[in-house]
Design a protein around this ligand. Structure first.
Ligand SMILES: NC(=O)c1ccc[n+]([C@@H]2O[C@H](COP(=O)([O-])OP(=O)(O)OC[C@H]3O[C@@H](n4cnc5c(N)ncnc54)[C@H](O)[C@@H]3O)[C@@H](O)[C@H]2O)c1
Length: 337
């Protein structure tokens, strides 16, 4: 049995990754470390909580002593780091937690891994570190890092630390950068679940600016498969881009959700644009295709339909998440609507 540590496994992508590994890699056992912030949710792993190949420990990676203690008696061959503060809007409202978890927390993980032998660290990063594109082109792994938001700057800082540890100490590290994910268990502050839940609840659908900003969308399972093959076959010190080959304007996504769930677009409300809003992201993932034999399996339209189905079938999951903290945050961002 191979033991790996998954950090941030109670969040959206981490939980989907744990489900995938338990399903498809019977020889891997997982220790899941997570601080259970507002975005971390044990319910995301409820159906696998009695699996003997999964253990959980609540720990904050910003707390070095607690992290060292959690790992001191553990033997493992890899660490996959999903843990982060992840929402751009929250990073604009208050960046401190982003600096603490995304930069300091990653440096704690790097130091712990460096002091042991034979451990690979996979850092889960984002296309947002590359900054914003105009109407043409796509990010490659050679695109210079030029983050725009406090969130993306903190993720880029973590990437630079990972690369420095590989270069300076020979640490076995791989970085994956992925475009916008969607799918089951995504916290409702993010575009697709926010629109699905508001549309289901008959609430306004707030769209930033003109709604013309473009993102590349990837189903979370495709991203998780990418992380898994990069962990297993990625070359040490390398960066791998993953994308869904599905560029869409925000407004087109909102319309698709409204059409299916409301039957009209009357709930769409254009709101003041996000400060410094990146215009467009697109990913060139040729390197992952060639070196890792990876390609996205989901077509966007089918993936979006499946995601809407999931949220309709799992209303109890998202109703439980819409607590007072979330309502306060929502009101601060969008006002009472
Ligand atoms: N969601 C996307 O579209 C996307 C795209 C590309 C890359 N990423 C990256 O993937 C990773 C996972 O994203 P997600 O959407 O699942 O995020 P998420 O916000 O849903 O989950 C983050 C998880 O990290 C945990 N966490 C936060 N701070 C922690 C701390 N100090 N110590 C331990 N655990 C902590 C939370 O409790 C939560 O379980 C992040 O690193 C993010 O930057 C996300």
């Amino acid at each position: 049995m191979q033991n790996i540590v998954v950090v941030g496994g109670c969040g959206f992508i981490g939980a989907n990754f744990i489900h995938l590994v338990l399903r498809e890699r019977p020889d891997i056992a997982i220790l899941n470390l997570d601080a259970l912030t507002y975005a971390g949710n044990l319910a995301n792993l409820e159906d696998v909580s009695s699996n003997p190949r999964l253990r959980f420990c609540r720990v904050d990676i910003g707390d070095r002593a607690a992290l060292e203690k959690a790992l001191e008696n553990e033997t493992f061959s890899a660490v996959v780091n999903f843990a982060a503060e992840t929402h751009v809007d929250r990073s604009i409202l208050g960046p401190d937690a982003f600096v603490r978890t995304n930069i300091l927390g990653t440096s704690h993980l790097l130091d712990i891994v460096r002091k042991r032998q034979g451990i690979r660290l996979l850092q889960v990063s984002t296309d947002e570190v590359y900054g914003s594109l105009g109407d043409d082109g796509a990010f490659t792994e050679q695109t210079p890092i030029q983050p725009s938001s406090p969130y993306s700057a903190s993720k880029a800082s973590a990437d630079l630390l990972v690369q420095a540890y590989h270069h300076t100490f020979g640490l076995d590290a791989v970085i994956t950068r992925c475009s916008n994910n969607y799918g089951p268990y995504q916290f409702p502050e993010k575009l697709i679940p926010l629109m699905i839940i508001n549309a289901r609840s008959g609430k306004p659908l707030p769209v930033y600016g003109s709604g013309g900003n473009v993102r590349d969308w990837i189903h979370v399972e495709d991203h998780c498969r990418g992380v898994l093959v990069a962990l297993e076959r990625g070359r040490s010190g390398e960066v791998y881009n993953f994308g869904g080959a599905a560029e869409r304007r925000n407004i087109d996504i909102v319309h698709a959700i409204a059409d299916r769930l409301c039957g009209n677009r009357d709930l769409v409300r254009f709101v003041q644009d996000r400060p410094g809003h990146d215009w467009r992201y697109a990913m060139d993932f040729q390197k992952a295709a060639t070196q890792l034999d990876w390609a996205p399996r989901y077509a966007f339209d089918a993936g979006l339909q499946a995601t809407m189905d999931w949220y309709i079938a799992n209303e109890a999951w998202w109703q439980a998440v819409l607590n007072q903290e979330y309502r306060d945050y929502y009101e601060r961002l969008y006002g009472k609507r």
